[in-house]
Design a protein around this ligand. Structure first.
Ligand code: KE4
Length: 430
């Protein structure tokens, strides 16, 4: 496999775009090497500009559950685009997709569309603060909710629950309102409620965390979280931008019985086009402008072409929920194969699967929170990622991400990927 054209393209991109990419993770910073520049996608495959072909387990970080250039989604996009790209006026497509989501999610009475997961979460946080009249929020170390200021916060020193900015440009005056708790540890959440001086507006969590690697929250923990929020009158926000329509048709809420007050969605509901959404109980959503006083807006929110792509994607999933059984079966088979390949070389590996999502850590113990995830062997992950890429297997370029199975990936591709894993494990063990 040659990468000359991608190397040249990366240098060229670097001249005009910071880091040569429009989103940092794409630069391959944590795995090294040059990120392949993609020419096209077709079904399960990505093709780079050097003519290399890859089985794609990233699928644009989750949206492409039907693989690349799905005929139904592409046809919906072309048909809708032919009638105009955007109007800045209401269309029935928005209502149609909203109806699909409301009918699916018991915890969503009304939903508002935006253009990204970041926007969905930023708006949900403002809505929770407006609804409760409180300023403080709680998030969990290791959960990522997009790059809005209140969420770019890391744990303070020691046991301090108050957050510090995790990026320059985020005012400490703002990040002090974000308290940090430990994933799967209800006592650290209780401490945040006790430490808060201004009252907690909401607790936001990825109920199946996909941004510290794949780390699901324990069912009992989510139940305790719900009870704690009710005890203090705080809202519970499930950030299902990644897990929604991926862990099951209803994301985490299709697996656990805990219900959120607000749910954020993205990725799959855009079918590959820029869409985010946040929805919840009627009384909460009624606070949103123009019905209520909490302001939120967007030029391209509910864009008809994006709505058409999302609608085609969601309708296909609703029409055949049994695909989740197939997707989960293939995810399980892939992770069993990776585990067997690691065992053959006496390399420590732990794996996780939730529906069409999979993850693995080069570690000898299970991972239940970010602090434990940080102990995994990231150097070995980088070598494995590179060895797999050279064998035509395109995995997420960080051990703190999640892999995905699409309907375009068949059993033979899974077996091919497992064979590549045996070779890669042998190579990194030399
Ligand atoms: P976007 O703004 O990237 O559309 O969504 C932010 C977001 C919010 N919530 C969750 C649970 C998410 O996973 C994300 C974005 N996920 C990352 C992948 N880990 C997007 C990839 C990237 O940043 O380029």
């Amino acid at each position: 496999m040659g990468y000359e054209k991608s190397e040249k393209a990366f240098r060229e991109a670097f001249r005009y775009i910071p880091g040569g990419v429009d989103s940092p993770v794409r630069a391959f910073g944590s795995v090294g090497g040059t990120p392949p520049f993609i020419e096209r996608g077709e079904g399960a495959y990505l093709y780079d500009i050097d003519g290399n072909r890859y089985i794609d387990y990233v699928q644009s970080w989750g949206p492409l559950i039907f693989g690349h250039a799905d005929r139904d989604i592409e046809e919906a996009v072309v048909r809708t685009a032919a009638k105009g790209l955007s109007f800045g006026a209401p269309t029935q497509l928005e209502t149609e997709l909203a109806k699909e989501i409301v009918e699916l999610f018991p915890s969503i009475d009304k939903v508002r569309f935006v253009n990204s997961g970041t926007e969905a979460v930023m708006s949900a946080i403002r809505l929770a603060r407006g609804y409760t009249g409180r300023n403080d929020i709680v998030k969990f170390t290791g959960c990522y909710h997009g790059h809005s200021d209140s969420l770019l916060v890391q744990a303070g020193s020691g046991a301090a629950t108050f957050g510090n900015p995790s990026s320059p440009g985020v005012p400490a005056d703002l990040s002090k309102h974000t308290l940090l708790a430990k994933y799967n540890d209800i006592e650290t959440v209780r401490r945040c409620f006790e430490d808060s001086t201004e009252g907690i507006a909401c607790v936001i969590i990825e109920p199946i965390a996909g941004n510290m690697g794949l780390v699901p929250a324990d069912r009992e923990f989510l139940g305790a979280l719900r009870r704690l929020c009710d005890e203090y009158g705080a809202l519970l926000i499930f950030d299902e931008v990644m897990s929604g329509f991926r862990a099951s048709l209803l994301g985490a809420q299709g697996i656990v019985d805990t219900r959120a007050d607000i749910v954020t969605l993205g990725k799959v509901i855009g079918g590959g086009m820029p869409v985010g959404a946040f929805g919840g109980r009627s009384d909460i959503m009624a606070m949103l402008s123009p019905e209520g006083p909490v302001y939120q807006a967007g030029t391209l929110s509910g864009n008809p072409v994006a709505m058409a792509a999302g609608l085609a994607s969601v309708k296909k999933l609703k029409a055949d929920p049994s695909i989740y059984v197939t997707l989960a079966g293939r995810a399980k088979r892939l992770m069993e194969g990776f585990k067997a390949a690691a065992d053959a070389e006496e390399i420590a590996l732990v794996t996780e699967v939730r529906g069409s999502m999979f993850g693995f850590f080069f570690s000898d113990k299970s991972v239940r929170n970010f602090e434990e995830a940080l102990e995994n062997d990231t150097e070995r992950f980088a070598k494995f990622h590179s060895a797999m890429l050279r064998r035509g297997i395109y995995l997420a370029c960080s051990s703190f991400e999640t892999g995905f199975i699409s309907t375009a990936i068949d059993d033979e591709m899974i077996e091919e990927s497992i064979r590549a894993a045996y070779e890669a494990m042998r190579e990194i063990n030399d």
